[in-house]
Design a protein around this ligand. Structure first.
Ligand code: SF4
Length: 233
């Protein structure tokens, strides 16, 4: 079986616990206003690779992963290549590799099967209200909520990632709503990621319009303060 990947990182330290091999996969049906990886949107714009070849590369670094580390499938949106993802995850688990999925919960065709072979889910929350979600990513919120609910039903380890964007969600009201919303889930860890403008040159290169061009990068200190607020509620 083959799939499309954008790139890999052999010693990732920020995409899940421990030292990780990170696979950035091609394909995404969302169009987040703040996306800094537009080159991953089109499935076939990436490198074509078999699951065997990918697993071989992952196993090459097995000694570095230790007890905590392993492999993280990120993107793009890994769920878009459901069959390839399942096949690769299965092979990783057969080799006792810890598996992590960095996802927005959108675009999968068999999420339950994917989660069977996933040890930890890192879920990107885009927005928690339907109209805001649609404005931000161009799709309806239901699929991502269903994915979150499935994680809860299957009792999956769950980390949450929230990009904080000036003028969109960098306010106390949103942080309080988010806290309330996440109380319904068994969340192990929450990360706030400050919005950056590093993706803008990629849009120019691809001839795409960047729709947040009037928005400045998120102030890191303010982002930390909002995180402290989140923790204190
Ligand atoms: S889900 Fe990720 S890859 Fe897809 S558009 Fe949003 S930020 Fe970009």
């Amino acid at each position: 079986m083959f799939g499309y990947i954008n790139s890999v990182e052999t010693m990732g330290l920020v995409d899940g616990p421990g030292i990780r091999f990170v696979v950035f996969m091609q394909g995404c049906h969302l169009r987040c206003l703040f996306c800094h990886n537009p080159e991953t949107w089109k499935l076939e714009a990436g490198l074509k690779i078999t699951s065997d070849e990918l697993v071989k590369r992952i196993l090459k670094y097995k000694n570095y992963y230790g007890k905590e580390g392993g492999v993280t499938f990120s993107g793009g949106e890994p769920l878009v290549q459901t069959d390839f993802l399942i096949d690769t995850l299965k092979k990783c688990k057969k080799n006792n590799i810890h598996t992590c999925l960095d996802t927005a919960g959108f675009g999968g065709t068999d999420n339950e099967e994917v989660l069977k072979y996933t040890d930890l889910v890192m879920m990107d929350i885009k927005a928690i209200e339907p109209d805001k979600y649609f404005k931000l990513v161009g799709q309806k919120i239901e699929q991502s909520l269903e994915f979150l609910n499935l994680c809860r039903r299957l009792d999956k380890r769950l980390w949450i990632r929230q990009v904080i964007v000036p003028g969109i969600n960098d306010n106390e009201e949103y942080i309080r709503k988010l806290k309330q919303f996440l109380k319904g889930y068994n969340v192990e860890k929450v990360e706030f990621l400050p919005y950056t403008t590093i993706g803008i040159p990629k849009y120019e290169k691809l001839g795409l319009k960047y729709r947040l061009s009037d928005t400045e990068a998120m102030d890191k200190q303010k982002c930390e303060e909002l995180y402290k607020l989140y923790q204190s509620i």
